[in-house]
Design a binder for this molecule. Structure first.
Ligand code: TYD
Length: 138
């Protein structure tokens, strides 16, 4: 990971295991993924112009990998906002801490794979942007 705000978010380069047959990337909890992996999901078939996310989490850690196609992810914490363009199956965006995220500009072939540190819990989401701003200003 090589981002100045590494504690909250940062890019991870994954090794590609390749041979004459093609390529493979493996994810291992607490090895190349910095948490226990409790849940895996993927977002695909996203319609044109759609924006997803629009929330923060109180405890969840995630790594997002664009295994096919491309998308943009905006992250915001108490240091400000930063936009990432994901278009490589061997690059992941780690997001932990109290970070607002928005995902958009999905290409039609985009498959966004998400590794998560917790089971799905709607109660752990912060979906109100003003509440998020209040929390990070404390
Ligand atoms: P949502 O949180 O709105 O997705 P995004 O943050 O990408 O915009 O989730 C969409 C729906 O899927 C919503 O009904 C909740 C459900 N869901 C699960 O059941 N399990 C999960 O792990 C996730 C991420 C969502």
């Amino acid at each position: 990971m090589n981002d100045e705000n590494f504690a909250d978010y940062g890019l991870i380069d994954f090794n590609i295991k390749g041979d004459e047959r093609g390529s493979l990337v493996a994810f291992e909890e607490n090895h190349n993924v910095p948490f226990d992996i409790k849940r895996v999901y993927y977002i695909f078939d996203t319609k044109l112009g759609v924006k997803r996310g629009n929330h923060a989490h109180t405890t969840l850690k995630q790594v997002l990998i664009c295994t096919s196609g491309s998308c943009k992810i905006l992250v915001e914490n108490d240091s400000g906002r930063k936009e990432f363009y994901l278009d490589k199956p061997d690059e992941g965006l780690y997001i932990g801490g109290l970070v607002w995220r928005e995902m958009y500009d999905f290409s039609p072939d985009c498959v966004l794979l998400v590794l998560a540190s917790e089971y799905y819990d709607e109660g752990e989401y912060i979906r109100d942007y003003d509440k998020f701003l209040k929390k990070i200003s404390k």
